[in-house]
Write a protein that binds this ligand. Structure first.
Ligand SMILES: N[C@@H](CCC(=O)N[C@@H](CS)C(=O)NCC(=O)O)C(=O)O
Length: 91
């Protein structure tokens, strides 16, 4: 299985909620910290996430850039229930 990668930032609440969700579900992942605006503005990161915001979750070819969508989708990697309420997730 492809490894899970989370691009985030230390003081980003959006990144924190995803980190908490991954921890609650026991999903091991590589945490890549983009600590400055400059780090998010590189061409390399723009290629991964045109919005140039964090968080960004990557699993193989799948890239998801919205924290709530990540919280819905990431647990399905291991067929465990999503973290947020079922009605809020469509898969
Ligand atoms: N709706 C998005 C918001 C993403 C967002 O605004 N991220 C902020 C950090 S919480 C960010 O990347 N800010 C950096 C910037 O604006 O340069 C989500 O929930 O993931």
């Amino acid at each position: 299985m492809s490894k899970l990668i989370l691009y985030g930032a230390p003081i980003s609440s959006c990144s924190f909620r995803v980190r908490i969700a991954l921890a609650l579900k026991g999903l091991q992942h590589e945490d890549i910290s983009l600590t400055s605006t400059a780090a998010r503005r590189t061409a390399e990161y723009a290629g991964l996430n045109p919005q140039q915001l964090v968080p960004l979750f990557i699993h193989g070819d799948i890239k998801i850039s919205q924290s709530i969508a990540i919280m819905c989708a990431a647990p399905s990697v291991h067929s465990v229930a999503a973290v947020i309420c079922r009605g809020a997730c469509i898969w």
